[in-house]
Ligand binder design. Sequence first.
Ligand code: PA5
Length: 469
Amino acid sequence: MSIRFDYNGATTQAVGRSHGVTVKELEGLRKRAKGIHEDLMRRRRKKELGFYDLPFDDVLVRAIQEYARGLRWAENFVVLGIGGSALGPICLHTALAHNYHNLLPAAKRRGRPRLFVLDNSDPEIVTRLLDAVDLKKTVFNVVTKSGATPETMSQLVVAVELIRRKIGPKALKKHIVATTDVSKGLLRPFCDAHELASFVVPDNVGGRFSVFTAVGLLPAAVEGIAIHRLLAGARDMAKRCTRSDLMRNPAYLNAAIHYLLDTRRGKTMSVMMPYSNALRDVADWYRQLWAESLGKAHDVHGRKAYVGQTPIKALGATDQHSQVQLYVEGPNNKVFNLVQTERFRARCPIPKSFRDIPELAYLQGHDMGALINAELDATEFALAKAKRPTVRFVLDSITPENVGGLLYLLEVQTAFAGGLYEIDAFDQPGVEEGKKATAALMGRSKAADLAKAAEIASVWRKKKSLRSL
Ligand code: PA5
């Protein structure tokens, strides 16, 4: 694993006193950092924070690999899941499978299934995928820790009904694999009743921290990603990210930089901008992690807090032609996480064939990888010139080890940032409220749902007085 964390661009030397952090300020957090570190480690030992130890679970890796080997008959592996139950699998797929995995002929996929993730209740994506795949060669991986999420459970019901009708009731066992809580939740009894293969989302791991459980690992292994290497990278990173000293721990340091820039310099937004298409969904995964973990109304003491930076996903160099104008000249309220890949997995030399167009001569003879990295340097330069703080993660290449390391770092960074903001980074009351309201609106009739439906109706009655066009 080779990941370097460079924070020069976030310092006052790079962007001035009003927009950068000083080493003194960072060192000023050292004592608090130690306390937060000790608290995290105590909760880790008490098995409250399960995400820390996931990369050390070899037994799970072997079980998943064995299951995946038995799936070569399948042409399609369809994940039904949303939020933390989808973003991990999507991120690993985009980063580590062939960029066009689903378009490759079976032989080039070495018989491994294509991967699809249905992470919405949009009827079009569901019905049209079901139209497009051969059901007899399709396996559905229903992923839901609670077993109660309406987007996922409605898709499961659709899939189950279709399998029963088109293949036969006994086929459920062959065509569905579940990833859910070990005993709680509504899905587990269904798995037991139909003897479905299943994997566990540990009780002490929340959805957005579950990429190294079967939630992320199973779909990845099925499409041929070397999950043991992914976890080896995470384990390696664990050594760096459990150092108690803030100044020697890249996860703590980046959390501290973000916290200081947010609370003292008004950088209320955190942009993640990898310069690599393969890493674009790392930014999407990070967006959920940072938003859902840190966006909280109350602190751990029960006081009103209303904290949380707004995370933004961007893609270099594509978004240089969409977002960077705003980033460089718009409000100076963002901190940028640039992600660099030193060596790409493919080379694409630009031939010297346009000799008659001298204006393009400068491109020719270079590899496209050099171009995209020059664009990253150029953007960092432009941001610094406009006094916008940046940090940079440098991956020597996109390997399972590096991706595992980067995701692990970002998880620890988020947990530690929760300590700095003094909020609970592991709950999501705002998401739960939306889930309850959806159930009430869809006619679930538990007492709490009826109360929620009445509450919604009263809010809507008041809204009637508002204008709409
Ligand atoms: O991070 C989280 O906890 C959420 O995003 C959940 O993953 C998401 O709401 C899906 O929940 P479940 O896995 O219970 O279906």
